[in-house]
Design a protein around this ligand. Structure first.
Ligand SMILES: [Zn+2]
Ligand SMILES: [Zn+2]
Length: 298
């Protein structure tokens, strides 16, 4: 349930200034405005499942896009039923749409590649919930190495050799001298990744999908003591989420989606940290970054 401090689920991922909205609970557009996000920068929305706390905000957001005179396409990714729901909604409330909505639906039985561009790809993560639900794994593609400008000049490297060098080849000079690749290039950037898992019962199968991600978000609706309730309602507890994070060897665990049955939320982070030290209970508006770093030269 929304409270005055906590809105239902919505995450915004900024990947090299490309904005991806992940789930869109009630009031998401208000929060986007509060945190100074330009609505027009959002072209791709991912919906994990058809529960109100993850989708009620979508209709208001579409309406605002229209009022703002949006013309660019909006891509929405979600479970199969999403298409029918959207068509009905648009028929009653939005027959004056100023832009095209392109829906991309997916099954939740196995992981699938649902989005890719030059820099990033998005795969679904099948989850265990009362209705078909998928999380999402956002992962950068491997970028080629950067060639050092001064080396191009020093060895007079012709353009035709540059692509091969960026892919890791050495350079052979006119007199037959081999210039090793490491001398010519800066190492490639490390691939960064973010996994979003909401909502789900404890499911060890998730581990393989989120192996070594930089940041994992995993719902923790319940306290460790309420594991039975979590299982009944197909949600997770603090320690279960932390267990997934530990076994997958992730960099950082973010937890959220706390049940409104609890009076305070302080214990969530403490419980998760007992299993996985780098756990953070998120608050609305929190921002987490993964710095861009280069791999070590071998
Ligand atoms: Zn749900
Ligand atoms: Zn939920």
């Amino acid at each position: 349930m929304p409270t005055s401090e906590r809105f239902p689920t919505a995450h915004l991922l900024n990947a090299n200034e490309r904005f991806f909205l992940i789930d869109c609970g009630e009031g998401t557009q208000i929060q986007l405005r509060r945190f100074k996000i330009r609505l027009g920068k959002i072209n791709n929305i991912f919906i994990s499942h058809m529960h109100g706390d993850h989708i009620f905000g979508l209709f208001g957001l579409i309406s605002s896009f229209c009022l703002l005179g949006r013309t660019s396409k909006l891509h929405i990714y979600g479970p199969v039923m999403l298409e029918e729901l959207l068509l009905d909604h648009l028929k009653y409330f939005q027959n004056d749409l100023t832009f095209q909505i392109v829906t991309h639906t997916f099954q939740n039985r196995r992981s699938a590649l649902i989005y890719q561009d030059k820099n990033i790809e998005v795969r679904t993560i099948p989850l265990l919930h009362r209705v078909p639900t998928c999380g999402f794994l956002f992962k950068e593609k491997k970028a080629p190495k950067n060639i050092k400008k001064e080396m191009v000049e020093k060895y007079k490297i012709p353009i035709k050799d540059i692509i091969r060098i960026k892919d890791g080849s050495d350079f052979v000079n006119a007199d037959g001298t081999i210039i090793p690749n490491d001398e010519l290039t800066l190492p490639a950037y490390k691939i960064r990744s973010y996994a979003f898992c909401s909502d789900t019962a404890y499911d060890e199968k998730v581990i393989e999908h989120v192996k070594s991600v930089d940041i994992l978000y995993h719902e923790t609706t319940f306290a460790h003591n309420d594991a039975e309730l979590a299982a009944e309602t197909t949600h997770s507890t603090t320690k279960q989420a932390a267990d997934i994070a530990r076994n997958a060897g992730v960099g950082k665990l973010l937890i959220g989606h706390f049940s409104s049955r609890y009076k305070n939320y302080d214990f969530f982070e403490q419980e998760a940290r007992e299993v996985f030290e780098n756990s953070v209970a998120v608050k609305d508006g929190d921002v987490f970054s993964v710095p861009k770093t280069r791999e070590e030269n071998k």
